[in-house]
Design a protein around this ligand. Structure first.
Ligand SMILES: O=C(O)CCC(=O)C(=O)O
Ligand SMILES: [Fe+2]
Length: 351
């Protein structure tokens, strides 16, 4: 294995099969959102497509989504220029145990190190979060973005991009609410003030051992939804619900990949599932992706929607606090822990 740090090596059953690639007979659906920007569009069909995709896959792609391509290209460009900087420059905005924002190259997913480097920033700077993951600690603290000095336009481009993707995230949240027969704004209040949403730049360098390591190990996203832009390299794989196979998400030009997070799974009382996904790397090409993680305010209590519950469909989860869930999750992203990372199944009620 030469120089590769054993901390990157996945357990045998988690290593990706790189060849032969599984023939893709059944793809993640691509959904056209152009009806949303037309004045007399009928969204009924769209809502039903989204509902089906959420149920079958937990994932879909969207095109004609309203985020200007030119803005995304500027965002990608500043991200690339930041990652090209010397490590000591990037480390000036390094994330640590206290400030979870900025640059990081040692993230672990399920206790194995990911083959990637990241830069994270909050969509709302100066967001309140719990000071610790300890359930009885009621103290809060303010999270603050750390911005690099180079490239000089980095911060401005990130902030402009955040506003554009946030708009798309709200549209999608509304469509998901409608697909559950709820009013379009059903979930908006959870995000309106003090959302904890994050945007991340992911950079996956070429990897000499792509059969042993992963760019991101298998995981589920914890928030409401993720709105992800990827370049043309490919590497994201989704675990198909029907048979557990890892299905690649084919890069589609100027599309966003949307996935339902744990919170929508709980709100929908398991009608929609937050599906596992991972990123495989390759030995030739670096890859970039930019997820927007749509997270509510820290004080939001997450529980199944009352309107969906009845004798045949009793609540499957007890409520939990988003801020504490997030604080607990972040701890284990950072270093190896002996316990399992927090998951929504820890809040599952006996049926
Ligand atoms: O890079 C990707 O395609 C996905 C990354 C991802 O799943 C994550 O950051 O949560
Ligand atoms: Fe993810």
């Amino acid at each position: 294995m030469g120089e590769v740090d054993p901390g990157f090596v996945q357990a045998i059953d988690q290593r990706p099969k790189l060849k032969p690639a599984i023939p893709v007979d059944d793809e993640i659906p691509v959904i056209d959102l152009s009806v949303l920007s037309s004045s007399h569009g009928d969204t009924k069909q769209l809502v039903s497509e989204i509902g089906h995709a959420c149920q079958k896959w937990g994932f879909f792609q969207v095109v004609n989504h309203g985020v200007p391509l030119e803005l995304f290209q500027r965002m990608e460009e500043v991200g690339k220029r930041f990652f090209e900087l010397p490590l000591e420059e990037k480390k000036k905005v390094k994330r640590d145990m206290v400030n979870a924002l900025g640059y990081h190259d040692g993230e672990h997913t399920k206790n194995v190190r990911d083959w990637k480097e990241v830069f994270d920033f909050l969509v709302e700077d100066m967001t309140m979060v719990p000071a610790s993951h300890e359930p009885d600690d009621k103290e809060l603290r303010i999270l603050t973005n750390q911005w690099p000095q180079y490239p000089p336009e980095f911060r401005e481009v990130c902030q402009e991009y955040a506003r554009a993707v946030e708009k798309l995230a709200y549209k999608l949240l509304g469509l998901i609410a409608l697909s559950l027969d709820q009013p379009e704004n059903k979930f908006n209040d959870f995000f309106k003030d003090h959302q904890t949403s994050l945007i991340r730049f992911n950079h996956y360098p070429p990897c000499p051992v792509p059969h042993l390591a992963l760019g991101v190990g298998r995981h589920k996203d914890a928030g409401a939804l993720t709105v992800l832009a990827q370049d043309d390299v490919g590497g994201l794989q989704v675990r198909r619900k029907s048979d557990g196979e890892w299905i690649p998400v084919t890069p589609t030009p100027n599309a966003y990949i949307i996935n339902v997070g744990d919170m929508v799974q709980v709100w929908s009382n398991d009608k929609y599932e937050s599906v596992e996904h991972r990123v495989v790397v390759n030995s030739e090409r670096e890859r970039f992706s930019i997820p927007f993680f749509f997270f509510p305010a820290h004080n939001v209590m997450v529980k199944p929607l009352e309107e969906l519950l009845n004798d045949e469909n009793p609540a499957k989860y007890r409520e939990y606090n988003w801020g504490k869930f997030f604080a607990t999750r972040n701890r284990s992203d950072f270093k190896k822990l002996d316990v399992e990372n927090i998951q929504i199944h820890h809040f599952r009620l006996p049926q």
